[in-house]
Design a protein around this ligand. Structure first.
Ligand SMILES: Nc1ncnc2c1ncn2[C@@H]1O[C@H](COP(=O)(O)OP(=O)(O)OP(=O)(O)O)[C@@H](O)[C@H]1O
Length: 275
């Protein structure tokens, strides 16, 4: 359903992404890992059409995304929602209005100017917040929430768009381990329950192993690993991170020891994490 073919991005002399190709034939949760500057964000930005590819193509359900313009490009951007490390909420605006911003693409300018939202959208926003365990935060200003809660608001805003794909660019890089776990569980659950594809750029190996069905490793703009988490051996990690034999996985870890991968998928543990 999603195919990247020789996707390339250059900035002047610098090739940030070099002929990246992979196919995703069913909705899955994919982690893209690699050191800083490997090209992970640039790949996501091209996928969402925030940035244009220099060459190569992206096909989704047979359609060439790289060629979309105007309204078609905006429509793609709402099918392919993006979440950022810094949440990108409007800090002084209440939580529910931030979530309702996810409907901007389909609202008239006048309705947007006067903050007029249909009742159905407001109910939907609250339902989504409830699903993410933060409905009681709905009237508060976004800036009053913890980082983990703010990232869940950003996920709720993305869900308002009813996207086929959620792209998450370092979604947990600003969070402490407990909040990082809650946010990763939320993304995993959205993938499993809704059948949405999730592609997340991640700094740490253990997070990719624990939550993802497939891991893509990038180094210097190229894909150097593409496989199941079980295939991600220390040697494969060394290749991705360009490290020598001193390489220690602990250096890329945000581990907190309480959860194993099988438990992560259990709704009970998910609910408990929110309690
Ligand atoms: N707008 C830009 N102009 C010039 N160079 C850029 C631009 N955006 C990215 N780059 C360069 O492209 C390369 C890949 O950057 P990118 O942000 O995609 O890497 P990354 O793997 O996401 O790293 P990080 O984890 O630090 O965000 C880097 O060398 C970066 O400096």
């Amino acid at each position: 359903m999603l195919t990247l073919q020789n996707l390339t991005k250059t900035f002047g002399d610098k090739t940030a992404v070099h002929k990246v190709s992979f196919t995703v034939d069913r909705p899955m949760m994919i982690g893209i890992i690699g050191r800083s500057g490997a090209g992970k964000s640039t790949v996501l930005r091209m996928l969402n059409r925030l940035s244009d590819a220099s060459s190569g193509s992206i096909l989704f359900e047979g359609k060439d995304i790289t060629r979309l313009k105007g309204a078609e490009r905006r429509s793609w951007q709402s099918r392919c929602a993006m979440i950022f490390q810094q949440f990108n909420l409007v800090p002084r605006m209440d939580v529910v209005s931030n979530v309702l911003h996810g409907t901007l693409n389909r609202r008239s300018t006048l309705a947007t100017m006067f903050n007029l939202y249909p009742d159905g959208d407001i109910h939907k926003a609250i339902e989504i917040l409830d699903r993410l365990g933060i409905a009681e935060q709905a009237p508060k200003r976004a800036e009053a929430l913890s980082g983990g809660q703010q990232q869940r608001v950003a996920i709720a805003r993305a869900l308002m768009q009813d996207p086929a794909i959620i792209l998450a660019d370092e979604p947990i890089a600003s969070l402490d381990p407990m909040n990082a776990q809650i946010v990763m569980q939320a993304l995993r659950r959205i993938h499993e329950e809704d059948g949405r594809m999730v592609i997340a750029n991640l700094h740490t190996l253990d997070t990719a192993r624990r939550y993802c069905d497939r891991v893509i490793g990038m180094r210097d703009g190229r894909v150097v690993f593409d496989g199941a988490p079980e295939m991600l051996t220390t040697d494969a990690a060394r290749e991705i991170y360009g490290a020598d034999t001193d390489f220690s996985e602990a250096a890329t870890s945000t581990e907190i020891e309480t959860l194993d991968r099988p438990e992560v998928h259990s709704p009970e543990v998910f609910a408990e994490a929110y309690a």
